[in-house]
Ligand binder design. Structure first.
Ligand code: DAH
Length: 353
């Protein structure tokens, strides 16, 4: 009889206790205390041994009922609690979808980098290699080997940043130092012709430096793209065809190219190339100063004297070279009225490209 009562009172205690459990952990503790190896119901079962035989079926049924009631209560309360806990978690981590989002500013290529890539793509498509250059040069590469001797005006302090060894005895920087910030990318021609044998088809983009005051059409630091071709039988026709092709690819198929005789020390003959004005279509307007043309680059056939510096036989090989200003290309292509805008870092301006 004692066992029967024990079971009844266990049920009576447990059902409300289960209902009162506040957390799944509390519920689990209750489960273990009743049904675990050392649990109260488990212990009660051991008492079955002492129950007289004829009462065993009735007591056995009671045990099963009590166990079923307790298990039922545990699982019902368990479900309630885990739902509530999930709900609470969701509340705690809830997103307020009405809050304004956080902006993630993303970077983009600067217009200058973009133009360099675009020009590189056009020439890479013609089989040219794109090579790097050095911004600090000796006057040999920047001037001498480009056929500009010591007394050439482009070497003057007016044009060039010389790098002076302050510990040394270079007192007069006027041409006395032979290390300088390059004034043009043309020195890359000399390096390439020293390092490679023809055929050479290359362009070399990079920064150049001049002692200029920044104004709408000048910058003391800007970018150029140098081009060089050396091969057998290269003529002015190849130069013209290549640059005409470039202009059409870069500016548009309707654009025309013209060549005007000019002088550069390292090319003979030399030209300045113009592209037909994109604003008036060549009729003449304020932008092109009523000429219908805008200047875009310098070019010419490699002077045999330059070949002499790099040990290429001008009887066997000929070539052409060109150099264009990247900032100028950018301004012409996108109608930017002032080169300085490219350097100011004004995001309203830069984001347009
Ligand atoms: N280096 C020249 C300059 O800075 C541009 C130039 C002209 C480059 C003619 C060339 C060339 O390669 O053939 O004004």
């Amino acid at each position: 009889m004692a066992l029967k009562e024990e079971l009844e009172s266990l049920r009576e205690q447990m059902l409300p206790a289960i209902q009162d459990a506040k957390t799944t952990q509390e519920l689990e503790d209750l489960r273990v205390s009743v049904l675990g190896r050392k649990g109260t119901l488990t212990a009660a079962l051991r008492g079955m041994r002492d129950v007289p035989k004829e009462e065993r079926p009735a007591v056995g049924k009671l045990v099963n009922d009590v166990r079923a009631d307790i298990e039922g209560a545990l699982s019902a309360r368990g479900e309630e609690l885990s739902n509530a806990e999930l709900e609470a978690k969701m509340q705690a981590g809830a997103l307020d979808v009405t809050l304004p989002g956080r902006a993630h500013p993303y970077g983009a290529q600067h217009l200058i980098t973009h133009i360099i890539d675009e020009v590189s793509d056009i020439f890479a498509g013609l089989g040219y290699e794109v090579i790097g250059g050095r911004e600090i040069e000796t006057d040999y590469y920047n001037f001498t080997a480009l056929n500009a001797p010591k007394d050439h005006p482009s070497r003057s302090m007016q044009d060039t940043f010389y790098i002076v060894d302050r510990s040394g005895d270079v007192s007069d920087v006027r041409g006395e130092s032979d290390v300088l910030l390059r004034t043009q990318t043309s020195g890359a021609q000399v390096h390439v012709m020293e390092e490679e044998r023809p055929p050479i088809y290359m362009i070399s983009p990079g920064q150049v430096y001049r002692r200029d005051v920044a104004d709408p059409s000048h910058l003391p630091q800007f970018h150029q793209i140098e081009g060089l071709v050396v091969d057998k039988g290269i003529t002015v026709g190849d130069l013209k065809g290549t640059l005409d092709y470039f202009n059409r690819k870069f500016f548009g198929e309707d654009r025309k190219t013209r060549f005007r005789a000019h002088f550069f020390p390292f090319t003979e003959p030399s030209y300045e190339a113009d592209v037909s004005c994109g604003i008036c279509g060549g009729k003449g307007c304020r932008f092109c100063k009523n000429t219908g043309w805008v200047e875009i680059l310098g070019c010419g056939m490699v002077d045999p004297n330059v070949f002499g510096f790099v040990d290429i036989d001008p009887e066997e090989y000929s070539g052409f070279a060109f150099g264009m200003g990247v900032e100028r290309l950018a301004c012409l292509k996108y109608d930017v009225p002032d080169l300085r805008m490219l350097l100011e870092g004004d995001m309203r301006f830069l984001r347009q490209f």
